[in-house]
Each structure stands twice: as C-alpha cells, then as structure tokens.
Design a protein around this ligand. Structure first.
Ligand SMILES: [Zn+2]
Ligand SMILES: [Zn+2]
Length: 162
C-alpha cells in the first residue's frame, strides 16, 4: 500500500492487509478535517457525505518512506492524545497518530492510491446530513468517540491475541 500527499513529496508505505476500513462522522473528525481543508491549497479530507474515511494499518507494518520531515502533527485541543498528521508541503491530511500505545495507524483513505472499501461507519448520529450516508456497510450511531476508538482497540487486541 502506498499513500501519497497531493504533491507527491510525502509517501507512506504499509505491508500486509489493512486491519479495517472505517468512516467516522464524529465532531472531532469533522472539525479536524474542516480545519485542515481550510489551509491553503489543501485537498478534501471529508468524503462527499461529510465523514472521514480511514484505513487502519498495523503500526509495525507501516512507515513513512519519503518526506518525513514535512509531516506536522496537530492536536484539536491541548489534552487530547490524538494527533492529526498533515503533510506541510501541500497541506494534505495524511493520518492520525496517538500518544498512547495503540498499535494501529488510521491513514486517510483519500490519500491511498488504490484504497480498499470501508468496513463500517461510526458515530453517524453526528453526521450533518444522515440521509447522505451510503447504506453499503454497517453503520453505528456511535457512543462517545473515546469509547469507539477504545472498542476498536479492544477488538483489534483480540484479533492479535494481546
Ligand atoms: Zn505534499
Ligand atoms: Zn471520528
């Protein structure tokens, strides 16, 4: 898997199958995407329905192979452990990283050259226009965002026997 920023200066590479594809409609993902999209020349982060799609890869099978010095981490608020990573060359949203020990990396699906489909949609009750959400895969209205990511984490932890 290769993920590239819009101008091609930054590249990620991941090996093996992705863990999961997930579209999130939570307030943080929407607001984070809005802020990045407001940067000069930034390509779209949100899908046409307002959600942000991520493909999750294992952290140990994922690396930045080009332009790592151009990556900048943004926090939505001082105390969050979630970082939204932007390629500063062209203001492309690239991925999320976490300050804690989560062992996966959600990569912005739009940045993948040949993206797999999403497997689920979460936090759909926060969507600006629920009717616009495709009914292709299971959708969950969502609890708190923190809970959702924890849930995903424990699900993944089970998969990997940790
Ligand atoms: Zn770039
Ligand atoms: Zn979210």
């Amino acid at each position: 898997m290769i993920a590239r920023c819009a101008c091609g200066s930054v590249e990620y590479e991941a090996t093996g199958d992705p863990i999961l594809g997930v579209a999130c409609y939570c307030d943080d993902c929407q607001e984070g995407a809005r802020r990045i999209e407001a940067l000069p020349g930034a390509p779209p982060v949100r899908d046409p329905d307002g959600g942000v799609s991520y493909i999750l890869y294992r952290k140990d099978r994922f690396r930045c192979t080009k332009g790592g010095d151009r990556l900048q981490s943004h926090k939505m608020r001082p105390k969050t452990d979630t970082n939204r990573v932007v390629a500063s060359c062209c203001n492309s949203a690239m991925a999320m990283t976490f300050d804690d020990s989560k062992h996966w990396v959600p990569v912005i699906r739009a940045r993948l050259s040949d993206p797999p489909p999403v497997d689920m949609r979460i936090c759909t009750k926060f969507a600006a226009d629920a009717a616009a959400i495709p009914r292709d895969v299971p959708a969950y209205p969502g609890f708190s965002v923190r809970f959702i990511w924890k849930l995903l984490g424990s699900r993944l932890a089970m998969l990997f026997g940790r």
